[in-house]
Design a protein around this ligand. Structure first.
Ligand SMILES: [Zn+2]
Length: 366
């Protein structure tokens, strides 16, 4: 398969430590350098290469990404880098298929592990026409890039890897993410595992498990998942699992799975539920009483208001209606929407400002 490297990227690659053979200790870099040297010139300054592995595409893509990050990169350089990344992406799948078809079976990759493999690699890049070497740390997430000697460390989570990358000579600003990075595998922190116990009554006890092995770490009491999570996260043994796996597995236990001691704690919990129900009923009664009190207080206010304005009201309902009307008027005045008097002074069909009839519409603004 042939792929064309845009001219400005070819020029950039020519000036890097990759082309100078300084990265040859890394097999992928060496193979890429040889691939570049074996390439033939295309139109303009382009270079047509025949990569034999996705590693070669990845190495060139790393430089293309670096070029995109270089502050003083020209427009042509940026365009070239973007065009390459697009082409590399398109070629990668085809190339992977091709190498699968031709590669001997022994080279088959093992099935991806469920844990995350986050690797940090350090490369020294050199700008064309400049002697300055720029240390750049690359974070490779669950990808198959060949890193060899550029590998600095392997981590099982992104946070630790990024911390290590930021500690490299280039500092935090020189940390890049490999373009072939794959999504971080979720460690299923909240996925409830299928219950194996015979179905009976669900309890308020939960089993907290290591998400990798499924072994129980501890049992935690909690009427709701939130209660359980809060209690579980306070336990040092659970925190250790969270640190290691970015989460934990949990499942609500059935009553039949509880120990006698746990079952005993389950019983008082049921009593607590009755108490809670009693509390709720008491709350309702208190609220009804309060509402009744409000109604009485309002009636008293209404009657006082009727007396103040010397209104002739026969019943409490009439007084309340009068009082309600007064409250609405007051509220509207407060809101600035009160305009009853103003509207009342103008007959409905009288214009609010004079217009000379013969004039055409819009003449106000002429
Ligand atoms: Zn990678």
């Amino acid at each position: 398969m042939e792929i064309t490297i845009p001219g400005a990227l070819v020029d950039f690659l020519d000036g890097t430590s990759l082309a100078a053979g300084e990265n040859d200790s890394d097999p992928a870099s060496k193979a890429t350098r040889e691939c570049l040297e074996a390439g033939r010139r295309g139109r303009g300054r382009t270079l047509i290469i025949k990569p034999t592995s996705t590693d070669m595409l990845n190495v060139i893509s790393e430089y293309a990404e670096t070029l995109l990050d270089v502050d003083d990169a020209t427009r042509a350089e940026r365009d070239a880098a973007r065009l390459w990344l697009k082409r590399a992406g398109q070629s990668r799948a085809a190339l992977a298929e091709q190498s699968l078809a031709t590669a001997p079976a022994v080279e088959e990759q093992p099935a991806p592990a469920p844990t995350n493999v986050v690797r940090v690699a350090l490369r020294y890049l050199r700008r064309p026409g400049s002697g300055t070497m720029t240390p750049t740390a690359y974070v490779h997430i669950n990808c198959a890039c060949g890193l060899a000697k550029s590998l600095v460390g392997t981590f099982d989570n992104l946070a630790a890897a990024e911390e290590a990358a930021a500690a490299m000579p280039g500092g935090r600003r020189a940390v890049r993410r490999c373009a072939q990075s794959q999504p971080i595998h979720k460690q299923a922190p909240t996925v409830e595992q299928a219950a194996t116990a015979p179905r009976d009554e669900p309890s308020d006890w939960w089993t907290i498990m290591d998400p990798a092995s499924g072994t129980e770490i501890v049992r935690v009491y909690g009427a709701t998942a939130e209660d359980m999570t809060r209690r579980a996260e306070a336990l040092p043994e659970v925190r250790a699992v969270i640190r290691k796996h970015r989460g934990f597995s949990r499942r609500r236990l059935w009553v039949s799975e509880l120990t006698p001691a746990q079952r005993q704690q389950q019983a008082p919990a049921a009593e607590q539920a009755v108490e809670a129900d009693l509390d709720a009923r008491l709350d309702r009664v208190e609220q009804q009483a309060a509402t009744a009190f409000d109604a009485t207080a309002r009636a008293v206010d209404a009657i006082e208001h009727a007396e103040n304005v010397e209104a002739a009201v026969e019943t409490v309902e009439d007084a309340e209606a009068l009082y309600a009307a007064q409250l609405v008027t007051e509220a509207e005045a407060t809101d600035g929407t009160w305009r009853g008097d103003w509207i009342g002074e103008h007959p409905n069909d009288e214009p609010l400002f004079p217009i000379d009839r013969p004039r055409e519409q819009g003449s106000l603004f002429a």
